[in-house]
Ligand binder design. Structure first.
Ligand SMILES: [Ca+2]
Ligand SMILES: [Ca+2]
Ligand SMILES: [Ca+2]
Length: 803
């Protein structure tokens, strides 16, 4: 529904500039139309129990009991309101986000009261509670005792009314001391058939990132379709999991300007999880609803700066996800796997003002667990302003705002007293790893100012503002200032330029014998909005290398990132929400488990697929040859298709999957992939009618079918002729019999039949431009007596033939 509305809105916007075209192509049928009126009340007839309803809680004294009654006006049930404490005590529904200022709505409902000692008639109100304390009576009715009365009226929300919270409830007229005459003011009543009909709610603005946020060939940021900060790397079973503060949660780009208000950490109560077995192709596992009323730990409000640990507790392998409940406390939830499912073993926060040794820590946040090789678990945390009792120079240089405490064997309790981590110029983000029997603690440095004794110059060698420093110790509990070892990463703005400064938060993990350093930088935000960024951060990884004495070589931040540690094996079910690069798509969690990661793991689908959008997998090893690829797809519009290309988004199409199944149903569609062999970047490009939401994608499944192949040697070159760029492609027949060859580039295709053994098929494709960027040519070869097609690719470099 939301989708359809949004599409219609987009079409309306497009109509302004392309009316002529639309008339010419007959698309005018999609002309602007008033959105249809909609009933904005959920379960207004109480046929679905009390879903959507709760007791008005506008004042602390409001209270009542809601239950279902079979004495319904319509259908088989209505709500019965009893034990009313105030005149406002009645059933309420939250209409926030559904009603709009300036709009007129029609309200109907049925109400009945029956108390024998009550008055013969009684007035009731339908009332809206806006924001903190604005109450507006919308419609009233005078009911006759024992009979269903009908609310039937309209109301217009004033144009200037803030409707960011708007809650509808039913009540009796106000009096300050209703308990003086409860039969008149606090009678039980029944309610049924509630409806508020009016303009459909405005669609939520799209959060889809339309730019290519991670450029093909580059490995930072890790993902280009959403944000994520404070990454914590965790290795389990051959995969790297990265847990991230969900910066996308409050991202709300203006539909016209594309600019979002600045990040508001208070909006964030989810943790984003991505994982990879190769450090380039990342799977989006979606968000964990950690905090807030519907969170795993509803007694916390926020979930920032996650940290993850594994431990066998009472013979059971468990996973513990620590997070900051804003600056006030830290907490932990427990998972059966790195992907959940999650539960809370606690009913109050793990680290807070009551934690011994943490009393003086201003911000009891950024919890980073560390389980030593002997199984002893520790938690590092803390940050923020230094104690004002220190002299200014000490507040600046040695603020003593970080802590370490032993965790209980259950991982969800602490033991003993927290010890000070005396990290120079410390601000936040303590994290520990072990290497060769020594412990390394990295942390983020502060930016000076009043919280740290005013602006001062750090002691020689101490970090400047917003850098990552580190300490080396022999004891995970003992961190005097003498363990300080230097700056391991300067501020990210030094590498990524204007708009990328600000805070940082790092982790170090070991994966297959190498050490890696995670950090964040608002580089995707910069690609969307230029140098004026709004604070939305993206995860990055660089390799961490050591000097012979164990100190760390300072990390250089790059868009190139780290090497892909292994090729991707395509011969299994792959989640479509795994990709190395993407453009214009979004993901969403769907019901049911993951085909690749198991029933207990969340499953996502790729959505918001428009003509021209694409996703790509880096370094896929097809080995001796692929036979086919199958997409699990849900068509949303007719005429869509998926093209498979090797090596680039404009490379020749090697296979096409027409998405021509029934709309709205999940279907598996297959295309032949005869002869695609060896290692390639695989691009899935999506095509279909412009302006249509084409389809959703769940999984890919490649089948191997290595058959006999025709031996050929292929090459491609870019060259200049008379100031114009050409792409030349050559295929030599290494087979013992003649072959047919199709040479193809982005600039054309040529078929050469009957190429003799040892001879070449050759074509020079005219680009009709003075310059050509690097690309990939495809060669398809067939021979009599050999089944199928042999497909080979050849890369060519860029050429500039201008001047
Ligand atoms: Ca009913
Ligand atoms: Ca899109
Ligand atoms: Ca999926």
């Amino acid at each position: 529904m939301t989708h359809r509305v949004r599409r219609a809105a987009l079409r309306r916007a497009a109509a302004v500039v392309t009316v002529g075209l639309m008339l010419a192509t007959g698309l005018v049928a999609a002309s602007p139309a008033q959105a249809e009126d909609t009933d904005l009340v959920v379960n207004g007839g109480f046929e679905d129990g009390l879903t959507g309803w709760f007791v008005n809680n506008g004042n602390a004294t409001d209270s009542a009991t809601l239950s279902l009654t079979a004495d319904a006006h319509t259908g088989s049930s209505a709500v019965l309101v009893t034990n009313r404490a105030t005149t406002g005590s009645g059933p309420m529904q939250d209409l926030s986000g559904r009603v709009q200022a300036g709009q007129t709505y029609a309200l109907t409902a049925r109400i009945k009261y029956e108390n024998p000692n009550g008055p013969a008639t009684k007035q009731f109100f339908a009332t809206m509670h806006y924001g903190a304390a604005t109450y507006t009576n919308l419609v009233s009715v005078v009911a006759t005792k024992g009979q269903w009365a009908q609310f039937n009226g309209t109301f217009t929300i004033p144009a200037g009314q803030n409707v960011s919270t708007a809650r509808l409830f039913f009540e009796t007229p106000w009096t300050s001391t209703p308990s003086a005459d409860p039969e008149v003011h606090l009678m039980d009543f029944k309610l049924d058939g509630v409806s508020v009909v009016g303009a459909a709610p405005p669609p939520a603005p799209s959060k889809t990132i339309e730019v290519v946020g991670k450029l093909p060939g580059e490995h930072n940021p890790l993902i280009g379709h959403k944000f994520g900060a404070d990454g914590f790397g965790f290795v389990h079973d051959g995969r790297v999991y990265l847990y991230l503060t969900n910066d996308t949660q409050g991202y709300a780009p203006d539909p016209v300007t594309g600019v979002s208000p600045g990040i508001n950490y208070g909006d964030i109560n989810q943790i984003t999880v991505i994982s990879s077995a190769d450090l380039v192709n990342w799977t989006d596992h979606g968000e964990i609803q950690v905090a807030g009323p519907n969170g795993v730990a509803p007694f916390t409000a926020n979930s920032w700066a996650p940290g993850m640990a594994r431990k066998v507790v009472d013979g059971e392998e468990k996973f513990f996800l620590y997070y900051a409940n804003n600056g006030s406390s830290s907490n932990v939830i427990t998972g059966d796997s790195p992907l959940g499912p999650w539960c809370s073993e606690r009913t109050s926060t793990l680290i807070d003002g009551r934690t011994p040794g943490a009393e003086d820590v201003a911000w009891k946040f950024d919890p980073a667990p560390f389980v030593d090789i002997d199984g002893e678990p520790y938690l590092y945390f803390g940050g923020g302003p230094a104690s004002t009792s220190m002299p200014p120079a000490e507040r600046f240089n040695n603020p003593k705002n970080l802590r370490v405490i032993r965790l209980g064997d259950d991982m969800v309790s602490t033991e003993g007293t927290a010890a000070v981590v005396d990290a120079p110029v410390a601000f936040e983000a303590a994290q520990v790893f072990e290497r060769d029997g020594r412990y390394y603690l990295s942390y983020s440095s502060h930016f000076g100012g009043n919280d740290f004794g005013g602006n001062q110059t750090p002691l020689p060698g101490y970090p400047g503002g917003g850098q990552i420093g580190y300490l080396i110790s022999d004891d995970p509990m003992d961190w005097p200032k003498e363990t300080y070892a230097g700056v391991l990463f300067p501020n990210q703005s030094q590498f990524f330029g204007a708009g990328t400064g600000g805070n940082n938060h790092q982790s170090v993990f070991e994966f297959e014998g190498r050490y890696y350093f995670t950090y964040h930088a608002p580089t995707l935000n910069k690609r969307i909005n230029g140098n004026t960024t709004q604070g939305y951060r993206s995860p990055h990884i660089q390799e961490l290398t050591f000097n012979p004495d164990g100190t760390i070589q300072q990390v250089v931040g790059t868009y190139a990132g780290v090497d892909q540690v292994r090729d991707l094996d395509p011969y299994r079910v792959l989640e479509a929400e795994t990709f190395g690069w993407s453009k214009g798509i979004a993901t969403t969690k769907v019901a049911g488990g993951s085909a690749e990661f198991g029933d207990a793991a969340p499953n996502l689908v790729v959505r918001d697929i428009d003509n021209g959008d694409w996703t790509a997998l880096s370094s896929v090893d097809f080995g001796g040859g692929a036979r086919s690829v199958t997409a699990k797809v849900r068509p949303l519009a007719s005429g869509g298709s998926i093209q498979i290309r090797l090596g680039g988004v404009t490379a020749p199409v090697v296979a096409t999957i027409p998405v021509d199944a029934p709309l709205g149903e999940w279907t598996e569609l297959t295309a032949e992939l005869d002869g695609v062999a060896g290692v390639h970047d695989v691009y899935f490009t999506y095509a279909g009618p412009q302006g249509a939401d084409l389809f959703e994608l769940d999984t890919w499944d490649f089948e191997t079918g290595a058959g006999p192949e025709v031996p050929v040697t292929v090459s491609a070159q870019a060259r200049c002729l008379g100031g114009e760029a050409y792409v030349a492609v050559r295929a030599r027949n290494d087979h013992e019999a003649p072959v047919d060859v199709v040479l193809e580039t982005a600039y054309g295709q040529r078929t050469v039949t009957g190429v003799a053994p040892g001879a070449n098929a050759y074509q020079q494709f005219k680009t009709r431009t003075p310059a050509v960027s690097a690309g990939v040519a495809t060669v398809r070869v067939t021979a009599e007596g050999v089944e199928g097609t042999t497909v080979r690719t050849a890369e060519y470099p860029a050429a500039d033939c201008g001047d």
